[in-house]
Design a protein around this ligand. Structure first.
Ligand SMILES: Nc1ncnc2c1ncn2[C@@H]1O[C@H](COP(=O)(O)OP(=O)(O)O)[C@@H](O)[C@H]1O
Ligand SMILES: [Mg+2]
Length: 877
């Protein structure tokens, strides 16, 4: 190889690398180009012996993504092409990296046996792998579904469908276009296919966490979509699936199905049903709220910091883990369903013995859904079946413990499937069928017979050593086996004289010779034929068993759903027990009344006993808007988010951290925070903030809960304050809104609203001062914060004592000025001197009002203080 390439003249080598045209292509190269032409948009991995190889541009791409060496390969006719390969046994690991780089990977296998193939081995692409169509267990997170979604848009509506091909859950719906983004976020897909309109509707930055693709063949029209779905499900109408009058939902579903069919290259027997989701019954939780409330991810340290899901998740099985996640993503408005869930939690909570027992059993429940789905798709291994049977073996115990806890459970036994697997599959079975040890003896007569024959032939050969020794008198004679010569008899050199005439010499070694005999070859043939037959029969028996077990798939899936349900309510009971949570009383009213509520995530971060509980009372007709003021770090944000989180928990059917709670079901939680940690960039932050605030004002209803944290912060004081006030007034006065609102603000001026708006109430976070030190009590008390803690903050920031002391004097002076103004504009606005800042009564006031305290450096603060002092001196003098 090295020789021949060294002989190629440089010029020709260079030319060969550039073009293969007009040259005779090698058969292998031609095969490659043919296959590649069928998958131009995929990275083609070609199995060649122990490697998966890539060529040409694919090699370049793979070398880049995986950071592996790129080499060149002779492709015949003096041409060469770039080449990069990965060992076949590490395919899974590399595949993960390739698809998360957004690539579509085509896996091309050898489809004829290299040992017997004449000429080149046949090859064919067996499947395409993309993030949404991964099957490799090692690449899947068993705590969450791996969804492939598709969205189509028409006018003001969108259709969106999603499938998890590892469980075959397949759902579609249609919805108003402006909910598309939030719905995608609720689904959390790994990959989304979009038609042109949907692609245009979503911003670039919406592609967080999922791979986005344009539909290749353009969009399916409604007619064609319906037909494809009917053909797949072999039904006359789409009525059984609920999308017969929802063309957009059907179009999205058909697109999903087409993409799966394209990537799996075949029929999809495991996709047996489609569910059309209705809009009714769900609480709307948009992605803004999901993020602000840190439901799945924390705002700060993304990986490690605690989340709401993390605090709730005490599930023990992958089934329960996935269901809990779904529930948290989709809170309910359905009172009956919620009460049913809460009943389940209450029962498990009351019975700690059965609860613990059930948890031990749930721990042993494998991923029944994914296992069953592999069985249905004929991709399960013998070991998968054994695991499935063991999982089914936990059902009697689960039924028993549920009964002893007084919990109603829909779990039923599936002992026939389990008995079938146990009878068919050997103990401790291998990862693939065909090796002869997957099927239990006694299960299949034919297999047993061939095994017996093979066993006899093997024992003949095993016995041959003894008989041959006896017959020849050669004590050191040995029977052995190698791949080239098969079975042989080895005789050491000194004993060669004693070898019978009839033996055939096959191989000479340093110390002796190897022989074969006709009889040995005859039995060898028997062994080999039997081995092939065993492999063939075992595979077909295994396939038959899978087919039979697949007949139980619907029942197993239904039971898996019940087990998931049990795991979730048991887990929520465990969380309630660990953290002292209580059952919320839910109703159809619009009041929120929580006594001694706590923020579950902050509480668990602080450790036991350190969190200060607070009451929350809101309703549309009475105390509608709560304005919470207080210094930085007092606990404003925690308090208002706590309200939203407790409602959210209640509406997924969980107990909540409170002394007691009565909650009128909320149709939507809105959150908006103008905190600096949000998005970088001044102007754009403010724009985003206003856009989202506008959305709230448009979409909220009387049953919504709005949580506003420091809105208006992204702009100058006057603008921000004005907008904050106007927003609050609008929420209060608009007859369509009137929704419960928590408004945390550092603008003390906002407290005046309570005087102007009858349903607005002031609260502040209690702070005490001990020896001039600010102590945050984290207690919410009625009334607006009536003085600035800026001076304290200044001291904490390190302003010199002389400045601080002068600031105190000034503050006192200013306060007394404000109060001594009997009929000034400030009078009606309450006692706070800050309120007079807006009255514009004096230049000092004006100057003070213009200072953006939260953006001052300590040095600027000092400078400002000197300037104010000077102005005040002028004023008074
Ligand atoms: N009710 C509470 N009990 C105990 N600690 C609290 C409570 N509320 C807040 N904290 C603590 O105070 C910190 C600041 O709270 P935060 O709500 O961010 O304040 P603010 O929004 O007023 O600046 C939190 O990180 C938490 O550690
Ligand atoms: Mg805050």
């Amino acid at each position: 190889m090295a020789h021949s390439s060294a002989k190629v003249p440089d010029a020709e080598k260079a030319e060969g690398a550039v073009t293969t045209r007009n040259r005779r292509l090698s058969p292998g190269r031609r095969q490659y180009l043919d296959i590649k032409a069928q998958h131009p948009d995929a990275l083609l991995l070609v199995r060649m012996g122990d490697f998966y190889e890539t060529f040409d541009e694919d090699a370049q791409v793979m070398a880049d993504v995986l950071d592996i060496t790129l080499t060149a390969r002779d492709v015949g006719g003096g041409a060469s092409s770039p080449l990069a390969g990965i060992p076949y046994h590490s395919l899974e690991a590399y595949l993960g990296r390739l698809i998360s780089a957004g690539l579509k990977v085509a896996i091309c296998e050898q489809t004829s046996d290299p040992a017997t193939a004449k000429g080149i081995v046949d090859r064919a692409v067996v499947r395409l792998v993309t993030p949404g169509t991964v099957l490799e267990p090692g690449l899947l997170d068993n705590g969450r579904n791996n969804y492939l979604a598709a969205a189509v848009v028409d006018g003001g509506r969108a259709g969106i469908a999603y499938i998890d091909i590892t469980t075959s859950e397949f759902v579609t719906r249609d919805l108003p276009l402006d909910m598309l983004r939030d719905e995608l976020d609720a689904i959390g897909p790994a990959e989304v296919i979009l038609d042109v309109a949907a692609d245009q509707f979503l911003y670039e930055d919406d592609t967080t966490g999922y791979v986005r693709r344009r539909m290749t063949e353009g969009r399916l029209d409604a007619e064609l979509a319906g037909e494809r779905l009917r053909r797949h499900f072999k039904t006359a109408t789409l009525e059984p699936f609920g999308c017969d009058s929802k063309p957009l939902a059907a179009m999205a579903a058909a697109s999903v199905l087409e993409f799966v069919r394209e990537t799996q290259l075949g029929s999809l027997p495991q996709v047996t049903t489609l569910r059309t989701m209705s809009d009714a019954g769900y609480m709307m939780l948009d992605r803004r709220a999901r993020r602000d409330l840190e439901v799945f991810e924390s705002l700060g340290d993304r990986d490690k910091a605690p989340t709401l899901l993390g605090t709730l998740d005490q599930t023990r099985s992958p089934l329960g883990k996935r269901l809990l996640r779904e529930r948290v993503a989709r809170p309910l408005m359905d009172l009956d369903e919620l009460n049913k869930r809460l009943d389940g939690v209450a029962s498990w909570l009351a019975e700690s013995g059965p609860r613990a027992l059930a948890r031990d059993l749930l721990d042993k429940v494998p991923d029944l859904e994914r296992l069953t789905n592999r069985v249905r798709a004929f991709s399960a291994s013998p070991r998968d079946l054994a695991v499935l049977a063991r999982g089914l073996g936990q059902l009697p115990g689960l039924i028993e413990t549920a009964k002893s806890a007084g919990v109603e459970s829909g779990i039923t036994l599936i002992d026939d499937a389990r008995a079938l697997i146990e009878a068919a599959i050997a103990d401790d079975p291998p990862m693939s069928a065909g090796g002869g040890d997957a099927i239990r003896t006694g299960f299949d007569t034919e297999l047993d017979e061939i095994r017996t024959l093979s066993g006899e032939a093997k024992s003949y050969i095993a016995g041959l050593e003894t008989t041959a020794r006896e017959n020849t008198g050669i004590k050191t004679l040995k029977v052995g086996y190698n791949k080239v010569f098969g079975y042989y008899i080895e005789v050491s050199r000194p004993n060669l004289d004693a070898v019978p005439e009839t033996w055939d010499r096959r191989q000479s070694l340093v110390g002796g010779e190897r022989f074969i005999t006709p009889q040995l070859k005859e039995y060898e043939a028997k062994v080999l034929t039997a081995r092939d037959r065993i492999s063939e029969v075992e595979r077909s028996v295994f396939r038959r068993v899978c087919g039979e077990v697949a007949g139980y798939a619907d029942r197993i899936m239904a039971v898996a759903a019940e087990v998931a349900e049990m795991d979730v309510s048991n887990a929520l009971a465990q969380a309630a027990s660990d953290n002292g949570w209580v059952r919320p009383e839910l109703n159809d009213g619009d009041a929120l009344d929580i006594k001694a509520g706590r923020h579950p995530v902050v509480e668990s971060a602080l450790g036991p006993g350190r969190f200060v509980s607070n009451d929350i009372q809101l309703s549309s007709g009475d105390q509608q808007i709560a304005i919470i003021t207080g210094p930085n770090m007092a606990g404003k944000s925690t308090y208002i988010r706590q309200a939203a989180i407790l409602v959210l928990m209640a509406q997924i059917g969980s107990f909540i951290p409170a002394g007691s709670a009565s909650i009128g079901l909320v149709d939507r939680i809105f959150t908006r925070s103008g905190l600096a940690d949000d998005i970088a960039g001044g102007q754009s932050t403010f724009m985003v903030e206003m856009v989202e605030t506008a959305a709230i004002l448009h979409q909220a209803t009387r049953r919504s809960l709005i949580v506003l944290d420091e809105i208006g912060r992204g702009t100058s004081t006057y603008d921000g304050l004005s907008i904050a006030r106007a927003v609050a007034e609008h929420i209060h006065n608009s007859p369509r809104l009137g929704c419960k609102t928590l408004f945390a603000t550092h603008y003390h001026e906002m407290t005046t609203l309570a005087d102007l708006l009858p349903r607005a109430v002031n609260f502040q976070v209690a702070v005490s001062e001990e020896d001039g030190e600010v102590v945050f009590l984290h207690r919410i008390v009625p009334g607006g914060a009536d003085r600035s803690y800026g001076v304290h903050v200044g001291r904490l920031a390190g302003l010199p004592p002389a400045v601080i002391s002068r600031a105190w004097d000034l503050l006192a002076e200013l306060e007394s000025n404000g109060r001594s103004d009997p009929d000034g504009a400030t009078g009606s606005l309450g006692p706070a001197f800050q309120l007079s800042l807006l009255s514009g009564a004096s230049p000092v006031n004006d100057a003070l009002a213009e200072i953006d305290v939260s953006n001052l450096t300590p040095l600027q603060a000092i400078t400002e203080l000197y300037r104010l002092q000077e102005m005040a001196g002028r004023d008074n003098g």
